[in-house]
Ligand binder design. Structure first.
Ligand code: GLN
Length: 450
């Protein structure tokens, strides 16, 4: 199937089969099995794993192999999961369509002429096409939730610092989070349970207890207050998406939640703010790819020429655009006007959510303004591509948990509902998403790939 979808960049067939045989042999003693025993999990190729290449979708890391496992990979292996392969992504996770991969785009299993969303498009497509039950992605500005919405599956961005990033290749360090992609909310809860929690190897990981996410799923939404931001509904939104999201809110109301209008007045500044902050952080994080320690080296007698040609040939167009934007925004004379200003606006966006969460338990809005677009449709218009993330980026700026769950369809393509929670309240997000999912049939729809 993957010859048509191109979700995977590498597959570890022999170790996966070996591991599968080992778990099969232990199956007789079912009580002693760890929670993910024998389940194949696909990993976005920006998370370091021993034994398989980690390319970040970039020529600059082509063929590079990590000498160690990321903490999430260690935890998956301990839980019995089988790391079956590494999935395609926009180069260094910069993009919303997976078209920015140096190794060719991934296609949406619902319509092969359309994008799966990005940047975790390979992970989402692999789950959507039933190649794997579970996958990991990363979400800096929407890269788990958007592809989940575009491919009709569940994708969760945990609270900033909920999941260890040891072994995650950094894009924008104040925003990056690893999150689960799955067919159902219960599966996403199971996967989050395995990867969440303090890691002494990542000083930014939160030292807070991890609740039992699966246990509270059946508790329902009675008495829950759900806020709908007036800025997120109506204009600028594909009609069917607007209708599906409002219909989903009514399903939750029928299940016992109350709907309350809230306001997030600064979210209109979230995209421009993000496109100062994320490229600034990226320009610093990507300075390490200079041909000396990792991956590609273009050999020239002069060392400065070696740096320049390695970076010139190793990075793609979008990555270069971000490095230039970020370097500019951080440079003397522009720092106050761009980077510092963006940090201040970020605080305002965060405050909007804090105010809203003073009166509600969850915020509900779309994941994306449209359903999946066609390959090539936005590839040459960066601004249009950036605007795809208008509903997901504010959540990263505020560091909050957010989920995408299937809630409708337009032209045969899935629509995602986004539920956003208070910091570290993934349990409430998952519980509401599960209640919604179990009251509807959307999660049962499958793409017709044969
Ligand atoms: N589409 C956004 C970007 O290009 C978000 C990417 C992400 O979440 N990794 O930066």
């Amino acid at each position: 199937m993957d010859s048509r979808v191109h979700a995977f960049l590498s597959v570890d067939k022999s170790s996966a089969l070996d591991a599968a045989r080992r778990w099969d042999a232990r199956r007789a003693d079912a009580d002693a099995l760890p929670p993910l025993a024998g389940l194949p999990v696909a990993i976005k190729d920006i998370i370091c794993s021993q034994g398989l290449p980690t390319t970040c979708g970039s020529r600059i890391l082509e063929g590079w192999r990590s000498p160690y496992d990321a903490t999430v990979i260690t935890r998956l292996r301990e839980a019995g999961a089988i790391v079956i392969g590494k999935t395609n992504l926009d180069e260094f996770a910069m993009g919303s369509s997976t078209e920015n991969s140096a190794f060719g785009p991934t296609r949406n299993p619902w319509d092969l002429a359309r994008v799966p969303g990005g940047s975790s498009g390979g992970s989402a497509a692999a789950v959507s096409a039933d190649m794997v039950p579970l996958a990991l992605g990363t979400d800096t500005g929407g890269s788990v939730r958007l592809p989940a919405a575009f491919t009709g599956i569940v994708g969760l961005k945990p609270t900033y610092s909920r999941v260890s990033r040891y072994g995650l290749v950094a894009f924008a360090s104040s925003l990056d989070q690893i999150g689960p992609l799955a067919r159902t909310v219960a599966d996403a809860a199971l996967l989050l349970q395995v990867i969440a929690g303090r890691d002494p190897r990542d000083s930014t990981s939160a030292d807070l207890p991890v609740p039992d996410y699966s246990a509270s799923l059946p508790d329902g939404v009675k008495g829950m207050k759900i806020g709908i931001p007036r800025e997120a509904i109506g204009a600028g939104l594909q009609r069917e998406v607007n209708d599906a999201v409002l219909a989903a809110a009514r399903v939750l109301e029928q299940a016992g939640a109350s709907l309350i209008e809230v306001s997030l007045p600064t979210i209109e500044y979230a995209v421009p703010t993000y496109y100062i902050l994320a490229p600034s952080e990226a320009s610093a994080n990507l300075a390490r790819y200079d041909g000396v320690k990792y991956g590609l080296r273009v050999r020239t007698p002069d060392i400065h020429a070696m740096y320049a040609r390695t970076r010139g040939e190793g990075f793609g167009t979008e990555v270069k655009r971000r490095i230039m934007l970020g370097t500019y925004a951080l440079s003397a004379g522009f720092y106050e006007g761009f980077f510092l200003k963006a940090q201040q606006v970020r605080t305002l966006v965060r405050k909007d959510f804090t105010v809203a969460f003073g009166s509600v338990d969850l915020v509900l809005m779309p994941v994306a303004p449209t359903v999946a677009f066609k390959l090539g449709e936005k590839a040459h218009d960066p601004l249009q591509m950036y605007l795809t993330d208008i509903y997901t980026i504010p959540v990263n700026l505020a560091g909050l948990p957010g989920i995408s769950v299937p809630c409708g369809s337009a032209d045969g393509l899935p629509i995602g509902l986004q539920l956003i929670g208070k910091p570290f309240d993934e349990a409430t997000v998952l519980r509401a998403a599960h209640t919604y999912e179990q009251s509807t049939e959307w999660h049962k729809a499958r793409p017709q790939l044969t």
